[in-house]
Ligand binder design. Structure first.
Ligand code: NAD
Length: 368
């Protein structure tokens, strides 16, 4: 349910849900936003205590979530506001999922026990769409953990484009690419349905419609891109992501790239490979279905054929002038290909062997 973010409406929500103690999980930048003041005002008017939790980092670690759970329990919280990019929202979602588990055991190893703590999600980047998904990504002992449970899909969402105004240029570009890759990967996923495809197609159209205004930080562009990332989130909530996201995680940690930037570099090499290897399709609906999916995707991109759609994507990427990572030594290729989660590759429509993954990573490093 989308909320307006007006103090009066927030106060009503806090009252209706009987909130007595609210945990606001947010990054430092959120405190400069007008909405931050409105949330404090609404909590006070509703007679609820509000505790802030910001002790986490981008691409958050499990240990940060544990600290958040401790605060949640110490303050007897009963409502969570998750305001920030994917990192803040994912920390908040994990706090909700973990707070009623056994504190003496590792939360990641325990079976989730559903609880009704409401989450109000407020994205401040137009990228992850985490406000619309049942997933949360955190890092444990340096490895990505994808936590998933239907109960962490936020019940309430505020989409306020003004929040995007302060985004630094690189974050602006990278987060938008994350949203676009979600939509593309969802469209060709083996789990795609008519419904998920319609969300994915809508998100792709929105990204291309609003990209210029968004990159110029115009209000209409920010609004359109926020909608696009939310719609793309709805698409991956059905399908999950595919090889683009499976391949990107190690690139972010090894070369310090933002998540969406890394995903976009992977999609850039995957898309032509898929178009040339439709015979290696592993989607049970078969090669003809997959071929048709790529052709439909070209139409969604307003292109005459598959090749033209790939060109349109590459042109867009080139205009963003993002850096290409430099490989330090050949051993990194081994690390990269071993980092790819084989389970996630099962969502990908074309078979990717270890050798293929190595070649694809090699292409990412090639400057052309
Ligand atoms: P982020 O949340 O990591 O934020 C990146 C940086 O931008 C931070 O320093 C943050 O404080 C700052 N920032 C955020 N909004 C800002 C604003 N409006 N103005 C100024 N600074 C701002 O970035 P992200 O790309 O939104 O999230 C990435 C995380 O989300 C990764 O951990 C990724 O794995 C995860 N993710 C989750 C899902 C999901 O469904 N749960 C999907 C994709 C990605």
């Amino acid at each position: 349910m989308i909320q307006s973010g007006e103090s009066r409406e927030l106060e009503k929500l806090f009252r209706e849900k009987g909130a007595r103690s609210i945990l606001l999980v947010c990054g430092g930048s959120f405190r400069k936003q007008k909405l931050y003041g409105r949330i404090l005002e609404a909590a006070e008017a509703a007679g609820a205590m509000l505790t802030e939790f910001s002790d986490f980092e981008p691409n958050p670690r499990y240990e940060s979530v544990v600290k958040g759970v401790d605060v949640f329990l110490r303050k007897s919280c009963d409502f969570i506001v998750a305001a920030g990019g994917g990192s803040a929202m994912d920390v908040a979602k994990c706090i909700k999922l973990f707070w009623n588990l056994d504190r003496k055991e590792n939360y990641l190893k325990q079976e989730a026990v559903e609880n009704t703590t409401p989450i109000l999600a407020v994205p401040t980047t137009a990228g992850t769409g985490s406000e619309a998904t049942r997933f949360a990504v955190i890092y444990y002992e340096g490895n990505k953990q994808s936590v998933h449970h239907t109960s962490i899909l936020p019940e309430y969402v505020i989409l306020d484009p003004e929040l995007l105004h302060s985004l630094p240029e690189y974050q602006r570009k990278a987060t938008m690419l994350d949203a676009l890759c979600h939509a593309l990967e969802s469209y060709w996923s083996v789990n795609a349905t008519e419904e998920s495809k319609s969300y994915a197609a809508e998100a792709i159209r929105q990204v291309f419609r609003y990209i210029d205004a968004y990159l110029d930080n115009e209000p209409a562009g920010n609004e359109g891109m926020l909608r696009a990332s939310n719609t793309a989130g709805k698409a991956i909530n059905f399908t999950q992501t595919t090889a683009g996201h499976a391949m990107c995680y190690k690139l972010t940690t090894l070369y310090g790239l933002a998540h969406g930037h890394a995903a976009a570099l992977c999609v850039k090499v995957l898309w032509p490979y898929m178009a040339e290897h439709t015979a290696d399709c592993i989607d049970p609906r078969g090669e003809a279905y997959f071929q048709k999916t790529l052709e439909e995707l070209a139409q969604v991109m307003e292109c005459g054929d598959v090749e033209a759609s790939i060109h349109r994507y590459n042109d867009m990427l080139e205009k963003l002038s993002l850096k290409v990572p430099v490989m330090n030594h050949e051993g990194e290729l081994d690390m990269l290909k071993r980092s790819v989660n084989p389970d996630r590759l099962k969502n990908h429509p074309v078979l990717l062997t270890e050798e293929t993954l190595e070649n694809l990573y090699r292409q990412i490093f090639r400057k052309d």
